[in-house]
Design a protein. Structure first.
Length: 397
């Protein structure tokens, strides 16, 4: 009898998308669903990006260079220079979304059975990338009570084994919104140098920092051989469907290895590179309005949550996510109940249960992630739904 591979059986479902069938069923019943479960912004993709694709003159849609179009990589190098990161365009490999950058980094730097340490809760799809690469994730727990600050160095060192090869961070963090400060980043630098580890830094939300400034892993001095930056235009320019990211490092051996993986998949998508290149030409103040809008949405969401009886939500310093502890016995069951059995004025809210963002079994059982990617009117209505639901939920504690 044919069998699915062990890898296929181990591949986890997305905690962000697994409740979609319940949301679809709710909509068929006429219930409006406010989607706070997924980081899909409602802010419009910049018109110059779309116009660049519409007006691009070509007769053959060709492969690009496996590392991405040189013109785009040169502009990306200029973009990084503006945020204080000095890299040559040949130190950038354009990828099919940030997801491919993460997977390429794992595949190039790690062998099956190797271990990576990640502060939890962490972006759930890291689990999938680890399964694909045959890598084991070792979680180090951060705490909602201090806003999910970076765990102390001693916790990392206690987790290091002979198979440990890397530390992975997301800064600002998805799902917590925590912004690692310069001191925390320096401590990570010292850790990876001391133990000869890679530092993978997912910086998808760099532009959205509200309570401090962003410290890139590539700002860290004397760590060039250790740092691999993973990036994407998805959230920065509200272009999730473009699937354009980048792997950036000054480590030539890593670049040479990643290039072989890039060649094996031929090239990143051409139309999306055209759009991404146009994005780099947006005015320097483009993010001012977008960032202010997200900050305003954050303030509304966090304020409403913390006014609800039994709810605690730390104020996130960046990205557009918040984690909240709810007075429920099982957040997975609660999130399903919201879609399957509850409505408030023919409306409900879709949340992401936090258990899927933890690597340690049993953690996050009463926590949820909320993405403040909707306009404030919709966020307010979504909070009305949540507040009403918590008053009548049978599993309230």
């Amino acid at each position: 009898m044919l069998q699915i591979s062990h890898r296929g059986q181990m591949m986890p479902p997305s905690p962000i998308r697994k409740l979609v069938p319940y949301a679809e069923a709710a909509k068929k019943k006429g219930t409006k669903v406010y989607h706070l479960n997924i980081g899909q912004p409602d802010i419009e993709t910049p018109a110059p990006m779309l116009d660049a694709v519409r007006h691009f003159d070509f007769k053959v849609l060709e492969y690009s260079h496996s590392a991405g179009n040189e013109s785009y990589r040169r502009k990306l190098a200029d973009y990084y220079a503006k945020v204080g990161v000095a890299v040559h365009y040949n130190q950038i490999i354009v990828t099919t979304g940030g997801s491919e950058a993460i997977l390429f980094g794992f595949m190039a730097c790690l062998d099956p059975g190797d271990e990576v340490i990640i502060p939890e809760p962490f972006y759930a799809n890291y689990n999938g990338f680890a399964v694909e690469a045959g890598v084991k994730i070792v979680p180090i727990t951060s705490d909602i009570r201090n806003g999910f600050a970076l765990p102390p160095t001693k916790d990392f060192e206690a987790a290091i084994t002979p198979r440990t090869k890397a530390v992975v961070i997301c800064n600002p963090n998805n799902p917590t919104g925590y912004l690692y400060n310069a001191t925390e980043m320096e401590s990570l630098k010292e850790l990876v140098i001391k133990h000869d580890l890679y530092l993978f830094s997912d910086e998808a939300y760099r532009e959205f920092c509200y309570t401090g400034t962003h410290t890139s892993a590539l700002h860290l001095k004397d760590a060039d051989e250790h740092v691999i930056l993973m990036d994407t235009i998805s959230k920065r320019y509200s272009a999730c469907g473009a699937r354009i990211g980048a792997l950036v490092t000054r480590n030539k051996a890593v670049l040479d290895s990643v290039m072989k993986f890039a060649q094996a998949r031929l090239s990143p998508p051409s139309f999306a590179q055209i759009a991404a290149e146009a994005a780099v030409d947006l005015p320097d103040n483009y993010f001012d309005t977008t960032k202010a809008e997200y900050e305003s949405r954050r303030d509304l969401l966090v304020s409403r949550l913390n006014k609800m009886e039994g709810v605690f939500c730390p104020n996130p310093g960046g990205a557009f996510y918040a984690m909240a502890a709810l007075p429920v016995d099982d957040a997975d069951a609660f999130c399903q109940w919201l879609l399957e059995s509850f409505s408030h004025e023919s409306q409900t809210v879709m949340l992401a249960p936090a258990s899927g963002f933890y690597g340690t079994s049993g953690l996050g059982k009463n926590e949820v992630r909320l993405a403040y990617v909707l306009n404030k009117t919709d966020i307010a209505k979504a909070m009305d739904c949540l507040e009403a639901a918590l008053k009548v939920y049978p599993g309230r504690i």
